[in-house]
Design a protein around this ligand. Structure first.
Ligand code: ASP
Length: 353
């Protein structure tokens, strides 16, 4: 028996805004967020699914460029308050910061055993060629999908866009105009969407405990992100590391985690380390991993307390640091946890590191 046939799936849509629900401002011609009724009126096919579909909307809906940790908490609160009432959750969200939100939610929703599927679109739902209708319907179907035991097929935060379902904390927005706007360069797709929705069950996250959902609020955004580039000035680096109130740094390096070997860089990192800053090394490459020590050009980083983020994305590294500092952990604990996966956001570092 198909377990889905015995039960009418209950899905909660959480509308935060984004292009999917936007309309053109008649005066400026720029796209701006619009209300949920407009969005849902444009997807009459949702009714054909015969699911119970309820909704909650941000008031007002936002362009995801305005997304911030307080909004992540709002989304988590809706999931927590409705966790036992629905089989799955679909978050409608702008694409610009979708990967940050997906990463943050993955850390905040500990022991999640239901699908939280985030989607949006490149063209507004009211446009004839919109990708929003298909994305929304597919996301709802994925949120309702069950495995052969009748358990939710997806038990994690994931991003659905066009032809693929990606682990949320592994995905990156890779195109501002392609319908396949997201990709995970270091982790396989969770599902391929074509005529059917084909899940890769080996890639899906599964818990090894029986603990109930635990939602972590209180992120701490006392971090800075520093990009290395040829020509970076000493004053600029020192200024960034000295930003008042900073507890952690996501240092975006070259290739396998390399940096210029100028002594002032090592010195600046040494002082940062002495002041108790956690500095995590994340590569600027979209694929591959940091391996400190592979090149001499990363020796000074490791020697001055910089920890390796392995193959984590920048988005996930930022969200993870905010999450860990928000838990009130010491710098040493945050540094250690940045090197180990919590919920599938990074591959285990190889033993020679
Ligand atoms: N600026 C929009 C947003 O992120 C872009 C989109 O949704 O695709 O809200």
């Amino acid at each position: 028996m198909n377990p889905q046939s015995a039960h009418q799936p209950r899905i909660l849509l959480i509308y935060t805004g984004g292009t999917i629900g936007m309309i053109e401002n008649p005066d400026t011609k720029s796209l701006q967020p619009f209300d949920f009724d407009h969005l849902i009126d444009n997807v009459p096919k949702l009714r054909m699914l015969n699911y119970v579909i309820d909704n909650v909307s941000f008031n007002p809906p936002i362009d995801s460029s305005d997304m911030c940790p307080e909004h992540w908490e709002d989304i988590c609160r809706v999931v927590e308050n409705n966790y036992h009432l629905y089989d799955g959750f679909v978050v409608l969200h702008g694409t610009d910061t979708m990967a940050y939100t997906a990463s943050a939610l993955s850390f905040m929703l500990e022991n999640l055993r239901k699908p939280v599927i985030i989607t949006g679109s490149q063209l507004p739902i009211g446009e004839v060629r919109t990708d929003g209708e298909e994305n929304l319907i597919t996301a709802v179907q994925i949120a309702a999908a069950v495995d052969r035991h009748g358990d939710p097929m997806v038990q994690e935060v994931a991003i659905l866009f066009e032809n693929y379902l990606w682990r949320g904390n592994r995905a990156t927005k890779r195109s501002a105009d392609n319908f396949n706007a997201f990709k995970s360069h270091n982790y396989p797709q969770l599902a391929k969407i074509g005529l059917d929705i084909n899940f890769d069950e080996d890639a899906l996250f599964r818990h090894h405990n029986r603990e109930p959902l635990k939602v972590h609020y209180g992120l701490d955004s006392s971090i800075v992100v520093i990009d290395l580039y040829p020509g970076l000035r000493k004053e600029a680096l020192i200024h960034a590391l000295d930003t008042p109130g900073t507890k952690g740094v996501v240092l975006r390096t070259f290739g396998a985690g390399n940096a210029p070997t100028s002594p002032w860089i090592a010195e600046a990192l040494h002082h940062a380390n002495e002041r108790g800053l956690v500095v995590v090394n994340v590569t600027q490459c979209v694929g591959g991993a940091v391996v400190q020590g592979r090149y001499a050009a990363s020796d000074a980083l490791a020697a001055n307390g910089v920890v390796s983020g392995a193959d984590i994305t920048t988005e996930a590294a930022i969200a993870k640091m905010m999450f860990l500092f928000g838990q009130g952990l010491t710098a040493a604990e945050v540094g250690r946890k940045m090197t180990q996966p919590i919920c599938g956001e990074m591959s285990l570092p190889s033993s020679d590191e």
